[in-house]
Design a protein around this ligand. Structure first.
Ligand code: HAM
Length: 426
């Protein structure tokens, strides 16, 4: 039987590793420069944590979570666990579980890793997703909304991606949102017959999600629909105005997008997304986030206003490729050791050991192939030096060192080999 990776889950091959290395290194450096510390929450959590945080009527809650079981255990004997579909809920669970509220506030945390969503796969939309996630926990100050947005912006900048657009909106709070939801429902009431089945259901369960609809008929109706910004309470309006003031002061262009609501229910006040240029089909949201002032309370903690975002690394990588962003190749082996004969093989194994202990990158073809094949291997590996060990070299206690670029050979005593190569490769 031949196996394949599950649909929508993609292996990262060696040739794509330079992008990953670049993204991980640059984003960790950026996060630290903003004062964020790394937290790695566990990959699997109680399903209830996600259901509660993400909210009914959202795609993740209703149909995209991978529930995890143990083979051989009856379902009723297992507590229900799920693969994380995002980071925020797990980071908040960890924040509460480890009493992190006693740490200096706001607590700034970032995470890197996989999340899983059972979505319909297409270019730029996967089921195993890599995210860079950041959360600033414990403050209502709009300056933190700005900080999170600047961190998101910086994330794309340090990865060589420009020409992005920042979409911003406010989704209000539990005080002002119900008024808006009622207005939205009232607006759509006479038009429900024209709505697609999904949108009709959304209007009932989670009306804000209608704003996000990709359906043309709904889109046409949305042009004249009421806008959240007209319904904000004084506190939410002041918050949004202050944030816009900071964005303007810092000279970051952005678009106020009245239809931006995001696909998760925990958001309050600010929401934002970063959109890329064409090339990813409809999957051009490179990053999304916002405030979630009620989430920690919902999970049993004290009121703890917070803000954060996550960026998709898979989509970023596609964008970097489309934009021809140059990334440094990963270091190739510096030395390949070739040998002929059993005694020489032993000497080769010892030489490899010595070179690696001296901090050099050294490898061998093995498999007792002919010298020509071993040279070809060294060529393909991109090694600067090939070492040749045959019976003569073993008898004399030397190694023949071939400089691959100059096609020159010289003999070096075995005990001086590591030093000889270290000096030349420095
Ligand atoms: P999200 O918008 O669901 O937000 O996901 C963030 C980013 O992950 C998206 O903008 C996109 O780049 C990437 N992404 C999501 N789904 C897929 C997919 N199926 N395939 C490829 N990439 C995908 C969150 O996850 C929130 N937890 C963000 C947040 C943090 N809000 C506050 N704190």
């Amino acid at each position: 039987m031949r196996f394949q990776s599950p649909r929508g889950m993609v292996d990262v091959l060696p040739e794509d590793q330079p992008y990953w290395r670049h993204i991980i290194k640059s984003s960790e450096k950026l996060a630290r420069s903003f004062g964020y510390e790394r937290l790695d929450p566990v990959l699997i959590e109680d399903t209830g944590l996600f259901l509660r945080s993400i909210g009914e009527g959202t795609d993740i809650h209703d149909k995209e979570m991978y529930v995890v079981g143990v083979l051989g255990r009856p379902a009723e004997a297992m507590s229900e666990l799920a693969l994380r579909p995002e980071f925020t809920a797990g980071v908040m669970r960890a924040y509460l579980e480890h009493g992190m509220a006693s740490r200096p506030s706001p607590l700034r945390l970032y995470s890197l890793g996989h999340v899983f969503r059972h979505e319909a796969p297409q270019l730029g939309r996967y089921r195993q997703i890599s995210q860079f996630n950041a959360e600033a926990i414990g403050s209502l100050d709009p300056a933190l909304d700005l900080e999170i947005m600047l961190l998101a912006w910086g994330f794309f900048e340090v990865n060589g991606v420009q020409g992005l657009s920042f979409q911003v909106n406010s989704t209000g709070c539990p005080r002002c949102r119900p008024g808006y939801v009622a207005a939205l429902r009232a607006y759509f009431e006479p038009h429900t017959a024209r709505l697609h089945g999904d949108d009709r259901r959304r209007l009932e369960v989670n009306p804000l999600r209608v704003l996000d609809s990709k359906d043309e008929a709904t889109g046409a109706l949305l042009g004249a629909a009421p806008q959240m910004l007209d319904y904000l309470c004084d506190e939410c309006r002041a918050h949004f105005t202050e944030l816009r003031g900071y964005l303007d002061a810092i000279g970051r262009p952005y678009t106020v997008n009245h239809r931006l609501v995001r696909g998760l229910d925990y958001y309050t006040k600010t929401v934002f997304e970063v959109w890329g240029q064409a090339g990813l089909g409809s999957q051009n949201a490179l990053c999304g986030g916002g405030r979630y002032d009620g989430l920690i309370e919902l999970l049993g903690g004290p009121p703890t206003p917070s803000v954060g975002f996550a960026a998709g690394i898979d989509r970023l990588m596609l964008t970097m490729k489309a934009l021809d962003v140059a990334v440094a190749p990963l270091p190739a082996p510096q030395v390949v050791v070739a040998y002929l004969g059993a005694d020489a093989k032993l000497a080769a194994i010892q030489a490899l050991n010595d070179l690696r202990s001296a901090g050099l990158r050294a490898t061998a073809a093995f498999g007792d192939r002919g010298l020509k094949a071993q040279f070809r291997f060294a060529d393909k590996a991109g090694a600067a030096y090939t070492l040749i060990l045959g019976s003569d070299e073993v008898a004399q206690g030397v190694v023949t060192v071939r400089d691959m670029a100059k096609s020159e050979q010289t003999q070096v005593p075995r005990e001086k080999l590591a030093l000889y190569l270290t000096e030349r490769l420095a």
